[in-house]
Structure formats: C-alpha cells, structure tokens
Design a protein around this ligand. Structure first.
Ligand code: GLU
Ligand code: ZN
Length: 298
C-alpha cells in the first residue's frame, strides 16, 4: 500500500454540513476518510459544520450521526459542533484584522452579479470598519498555490484568479473557509480526505493557513458520484437518504467506487468485517486522477 501508511500521528476527519441526511455521495466521502484514517492507524473525527442555519435542516445533524453509527463508522473523541465555536472564529478574525489582512466589503449582491464568484477587489483599500452591514474579506496576494494531492496529483491555482474571499459574511455568518481552517488546526487534523468538488477551496485554505502560521494538512480529494445526467449526487439534486436497515450493500458499493474489488461473498459478513476488509485493502491508487464515478457503473 502507499508509503504514508505508517503515519503515527495521523488525525483525519469527516465534516458534514447538516443540510440533510447522508446520501450515497456523502457516504463515499465519509467512508474514504474513515478507511484512510484506520489504514494509517490514525484517529478519525467527526465535525458538524453547522454554521449556516438558513441552509440547515433541524433534524439533519442527528440523522447524520445516527447513519454513521449504523454504518459502523464510529468516531474517536466527541463530535465538534461548529455552532459552539464562535469565540474561536472571532478571535482569529480579530487577529487578521489587526494585522490588516482583512478588509470590510460593503458591495451589494447586485454589484457582484455576473462575476462568477471571483471578487475584483472593489473594497480592497477600505480599512475603516463601516457602520453599515459588511462582509470581511481576506486580502490575497497574487501567488500561485501549489500542492500535491494524494489522488488528484500536482495541483496549481493562481490565487488572483480566485479573488479575495469572504471569511465573515455580510449577514454575520462565518464562512466555511474560516471555520474549516480554524477547526482543522484546533483538532490537530493532519490528513484531509474529501470530495473533489471542493478541490478549489484547498488553495484558499492553504493560503489562510499560512497567514495564520498553521501547519498544512495533507490532502486527498476523492471522485464524486454522479448520476446518468452528469449531475453529482447531492441534496440539491434530491439524492435519497441512505437506508438504515441493512448498510452492507451500500458499503460494498462504496468500496467498488474506490476501485477496490470485494468478492461477492463479502456481503455475507457483518458490517464490522466488511469495514475491516476495507481497511486492509484500502488504497487510493485506483482513483488516481479520477474526478467522477457514475453511480450506475457500480
Ligand atoms: N462541510 C463541507 C461539506 O459538507 C465539507 C468540508 C470539508 O470536508 O472540508 O461539503
Ligand atoms: Zn466590496
């Protein structure tokens, strides 16, 4: 197996947003991070990224934790809820503001329409915090961010083409990019395994980590599961919740998504035995460079 499999201080995590129950696509992400952590004899943490109440469903966090438990994906330590972490986020925002690495942005949604999410820096020179509602953006340099992804290979992103990104939104909510970096650091996460749909968040997170003098985790972005029409399985595309009565067929289907080749009779075993098989046979090699896997091909 890979050369990193004897990392003694490995800490991995699964970090779902509670906008709905787990579907097959999110199970694949959860299982990949779980198997990678256990194959390295590391810790596997679960963090609930519940910082966006308008997009959340009140029962989703409980449903996700229940599903992980039924699927045998037992986490180490207690679950960290980002909704409890405001103080830590405020402290980091304050540090960045004092270092003049953040600036207030008062642009309206209308002004930013049609820019494809790339902010052209209209408020870059604004230093005084205005009394009207404003977001806080990270002042980004023009550097090219490079990293080696364990599955997707060499990556290179020009930060200037991503634009200064938001760390606190105009509606007062903390941005994902801020919370994820602060908490990955707080929890001592060394290895991040997640869906390739957020690959372009990684250069932003690497940049923010360096601004905060945090060490960089190692990244592996797994392919996303797609439907026949090419759409990725997601809550927006109404992917069904994973069944809780018998987890075994879907775990085996997820193992096949990783390019592993379980024998048909693995299905006769218990969930624990199937997961042990997955840990023993885990490898990222078969997914190299793959961005999508068609659900119907599994
Ligand atoms: N909470 C994010 C999501 O559900 C994942 C964040 C991450 O793994 O960095 O898409
Ligand atoms: Zn602005």
């Amino acid at each position: 197996m890979g050369d990193t499999l004897s990392t003694p201080s490995y800490v991995g995590r699964f970090a779902p947003s509670p906008s709905g129950p787990l579907h097959f696509g999110s199970l694949v992400a959860a299982l990949a991070s779980y198997l990678d952590a256990h194959a390295h004899r590391g810790k596997w943490l679960v963090r609930m990224e519940d910082i966006d109440p308008p997009r959340e469903h009140p029962k989703a966090a409980d449903l996700i934790l229940k599903a992980l438990d039924v699927y045998g994906l037992h986490w180490d330590d207690s679950v960290l809820f980002q909704s409890d972490r405001s103080e830590a986020y405020d402290e980091v925002l304050d540090t960045l503001l004092r270092a003049e690495k953040l600036y207030p942005c008062t642009c309206t949604r209308k002004k930013l329409a049609g820019l494809n999410g790339v902010y052209p820096g209209y408020c870059r020179h604004q230093r005084v915090i205005p009394s009207q509602p404003h977001g806080l953006r990270l002042l980004c340099s023009n550097q090219v961010m490079q990293f080696q992804d364990r599955i997707q290979g060499d990556q290179s992103f020009d930060l200037s083409s991503l634009g200064d990104f938001v760390l606190r939104r105009k509606d007062g909510l903390y941005a994902y990019q801020l919370a994820v970096c602060v908490d990955d650091h707080f929890q001592g996460v060394t290895h991040i395994v997640r869906g390739v749909d957020i690959l372009d968040s990684t250069p932003r997170q690497l940049y923010l980590q360096s601004q905060l003098h945090y060490p960089h985790p190692v990244y592996a972005h797994v392919p996303v599961i797609t439907q026949n029409n090419g759409n990725k399985l997601s809550k927006q595309n109404h992917a069904p919740a994973i069944p809780l009565n018998d987890p075994r067929p879907l775990i085996i289907k997820a193992l096949r998504a990783f390019g592993l080749k379980p024998e048909p009779d693995l299905l006769m075993n218990s969930v624990e035995e199937i997961l042990s098989w997955g840990i023993k046979n885990w490898s990222t090699r078969h997914m190299a460079g793959k961005k999508q896997i068609l659900q119907d091909s599994l």
